[in-house]
Design a protein around this ligand. Structure first.
Ligand SMILES: Nc1nc2c(ncn2[C@@H]2O[C@H](COP(=O)(O)OP(=O)(O)OP(=O)(O)O)[C@@H](O)[C@H]2O)c(=O)[nH]1
Ligand SMILES: [Mg+2]
Length: 217
């Protein structure tokens, strides 16, 4: 099952939804801090409402497979800015809550449009109180987690970190430490014997630039 972090304004129904999805009894509990559950991360609405707290959402979202943006269909406003999804390097889905309270289709449409403009790729409309729409969201969450975006899969630094044999070989590391000493010569391909080609391609220009700066009059 995917792990989702739920983000939405205060009172939009994040905690109640987590209780419903976990077959827990529904009881009001103001979320005061970021709370971790097995398959969910619950966040206080204030973290969306105060931009200076975005950074906490960004850091915490690293632990989730997907971001769930939540909008209450009876709220007359939103705190979800257009293109909010671009803040996160993760897939984003949307949830319209409190469908049982909607008195006109326009309320549901407004909430859906807010989530669309925020960048949600799929939108679920549901009620945690009646249970309507919950099964569809559960089916979606039970699909396997998507692979990391290509930028993370292919990054040489990421591969080097995951595999010590791809790290810089000792010869290159030692030379790097001494790059601003008079004995330092250019790094040569031999320094990288055994290193991953991508690590070499990335490292050589960086060292060359650092050396040029270090030896500049
Ligand atoms: N009728 C109805 N009420 C709901 C629904 N979901 C949540 N509520 C009510 O909305 C109120 C706020 O719900 P919460 O789940 O605490 O909202 P939250 O998003 O966790 O809010 P914060 O913790 O402040 O960020 C509670 O009184 C819930 O009972 C729903 O689907 N239908
Ligand atoms: Mg809450």
């Amino acid at each position: 099952m995917k792990k989702a972090i739920l983000i939405g304004m205060s009172g939009c129904g994040k905690t109640t939804l987590i209780q419903r999805l976990g077959n827990d009894s529904l009881r009001y509990k103001k979320t005061q801090v970021i709370e971790h559950y097995l398959n969910f991360i619950d966040t206080p609405g204030e973290y969306l409402e105060q931009r200076k707290l975005y950074r906490a959402l960004i850091v915490t979202a690293v632990d989730a497979d997907e971001i769930g943006l939540v909008q209450d269909c009876v709220a007359r406003t939103t705190w979800i800015p257009p293109s909010f999804a671009t803040t996160f390097a993760k897939p984003i889905f949307g949830i319209v809550t409190k469908a049982d309270l909607a008195t006109s289709p326009a309320q549901l449409e407004y909430a859906q449009s807010v989530l669309n403009s925020g960048g949600a790729q799929r939108i679920f409309t549901l009620s945690a109180v009646t249970g309507a729409g919950i099964a569809e969201l559960l089916d979606y969450l039970e699909e396997p987690a998507p692979a990391a975006p290509p930028v993370f899969r292919t990054s040489p630094l990421r591969r080097a970190a995951a595999n010590p044999s791809l790290a810089l070989p000792p010869a290159a590391s030692a030379r790097r430490m001494a790059f601003n000493s008079p004995e330092f010569g250019e790094l040569t391909p031999e320094d990288f014997a055994g290193a991953d080609q991508a690590v070499r391609d990335m490292t050589l220009p960086v060292f060359a630039a650092a050396r040029a700066k270090a030896v500049a009059p």
